[in-house]
Design a protein. Structure first.
Lengths: 253, 268
């Protein structure tokens, strides 16, 4: 068995073990079922809730908001990162701000965003973008900084124009770091949007979880939490596999 | 002599070339330099560290414009752009880690409008010429430093440049590999008929490979000696056992020693 496959199997075994342990603890009463329901019930609840179709609108709302925030964050983040990369003055100003950005809890601005933009998608999208864009910005900046100068010289020697230099040299050279930004941005957009829905919104999966929580409907709450968790893990997993395929070529072996 | 006859003999001409970098402080890196590279000759440049060898290469291929003076390639003045027909191999590894060996080599022809069949033929020839046929589908990370440098040479070779500029391409290689790479370079030079300019810090490499060796002074770099080696065109690394080789290397070193000491801040 290859080493990566063995690592994957151990990882799955550890996760499965923890889930089985939780199941046993819940079933045997070590953990109060009013606090946590057994994982098997969580799965059943997830299937019931999602399968019933009652949540279709919330699911569509939440994920379309996340995708919109993710795409906008990539656009803004990449543009800003590229601008900072080009201008040393802008970098002097932006560097300390970027370094300390994630110490600011952006959620505290949600009431302000609601006041400014009203209830609906807009404040959630802004919150998602505020969470995700700086990660894209930082990774774009570090990706562009990391393009070896000799490859830029090569582009000139090969007489490539700006578009070809960007497409054939800069982007592929910066790709590993850009990918890190994409993965983080997806996670941050998801956290931003769902947390926003959780706090104040009247729609979406975050709101549905919050509603179930306030109604003491543990079964629905855990089912929905599991659903969000699964979607997040699958989306990140797809990016992870894609990144792995790209990285494999660049590493030895 | 007529203009046609001059351009027939001279492939590249540097006329009173000076390069300064705006400061502060202003750095006078190079010149004034006058040099005529003859068509199909193998010319090497040696000089102390920081004497402006790489700046000279950048000026020669059009990457950098001289502060004053002019550079002519095949009778046309260079104006800050790399002209068609010039290939450069850099000191640093410039293979692209996201492309296989074959794709790296073919990269040079991406902008050409050659038919696909010819592209494939040229790439296959360059790959096997540089001894990389077995590794054509490998990625640079799977190759040694010497092999990666061969990929970069193959990528230049595939363009069939009429002028090949090499900036210490074997700097990171061990002595045995360097000797063998030198042989490959000589074979390449003979087969393509290109004019080759090699920048190196290794006196033996310059003495072994070249028709002429230019010795540069400490910064600002100027030529302080120009040695004709007199080697036959059909030569290889075994020439190091020729008594003339020792005498030539000694001549180069006697020129360079004083300049190297200047660079180190000491008197001769």
């Amino acid at each position: 068995m290859t080493r990566p496959r063995a690592v994957l199997l151990v990882r799955i075994a550890v996760l499965a073990g923890l889930v089985i342990l939780l199941e046993i603890c819940c079933r045997s009463g070590i953990i109060d079922p009013l606090t946590v329901i057994p994982p098997s019930n969580m799965i059943a609840s997830m299937i019931d809730n999602v399968g019933s179709g009652d949540l279709n609108e919330s699911i569509v709302n939440t994920f379309s908001t996340i995708i919109l925030a993710f795409v906008l964050a990539i656009g803004f983040g990449t543009l800003a990162g590229a601008l900072i990369h080009r201008s040393s003055r802008l970098r002097d100003v932006a560097d300390p701000l970027l370094a300390s950005y994630y110490s600011v809890p952006t959620f505290i601005f949600y009431p302000l965003l609601v006041a400014l933009l009203g209830l609906g998608k807009a404040p959630l999208v802004v919150l998602g973008v505020l969470s995700a864009a700086p990660a894209v910005m930082i990774s774009t900046l570090s990706g562009l900084d990391g393009v070896p100068p000799v490859l830029m010289k090569l582009a000139r020697v090969q007489r490539l124009g700006p578009a070809r230099t960007l497409w054939w040299i800069v982007l592929p050279a910066a790709l590993p770091r850009l990918f890190t930004g994409l993965k983080l941005a997806l996670s941050y957009a998801l956290i931003g949007v769902i947390a926003g829905e959780f706090i104040l919104s009247g729609t979406g999966l975050g709101y549905a979880i919050s509603f179930a929580y306030q109604s003491f409907d543990n079964r629905a709450m855990y089912g929905l939490m599991l659903f969000v968790l699964l979607v997040a893990v699958i989306a990140n997993g797809i990016l992870y596999v894609w990144e792995g395929r790209l990285a494999r070529r660049r590493s030895t072996g | 002599m007529s203009t046609a006859a001059v351009s027939e003999q001279s492939h590249v001409t540097l006329n009173e070339v000076v390069r300064r970098y705006d400061g502060p402080p202003v750095v006078h890196a190079l010149g004034p330099i006058n040099l005529v590279l003859r068509r199909s000759e193998f010319f090497s440049i040696v000089g102390p560290s920081g004497c402006g060898k790489s700046t000279l290469l950048d000026v020669l291929c059009g990457l950098v414009r001289p502060t004053s003076g002019d550079v002519q390639f095949e009778g046309r003045e260079l104006r800050g752009d790399v002209p068609d027909g010039v290939g450069v191999v850099f000191q640093e590894d410039s293979s692209m880690p996201w492309l296989s060996v074959r794709q790296n080599v073919a990269f040079g022809l991406r902008t050409s409008d050659l038919p696909e069949k010819e592209v494939t033929e040229r790439v296959d020839h360059a790959v096997s010429f540089m001894g990389l046929a077995q590794f054509a589908d490998h990625y640079p990370a799977q190759l040694s430093g010497g092999m990666r440098q061969r990929v970069c040479i193959a990528r230049t070779l595939v363009l069939r440049p009429r002028l090949v500029l090499l900036d210490e391409p074997f700097g990171a290689l061990d002595q045995q590999t360097r000797l063998l790479m030198g042989d490959e370079l000589l074979r390449l030079w003979r087969e393509t008929g290109a004019t080759v300019l090699l920048i190196t810090h290794a006196l033996d490499e310059a003495a072994m490979l070249s028709d002429r060796v230019g010795v540069m002074s400490a910064r600002p770099g100027r030529f302080i000696d120009m040695a004709e080696t007199g080697w036959p065109r059909d030569r290889d690394s075994r020439i190091v056992s020729d008594p003339k080789f020792g005498a030539l290397t000694a001549r180069l070193w006697s020129c360079l020693r004083e300049e190297s000491l200047k660079t180190m801040g000491r008197a001769a």
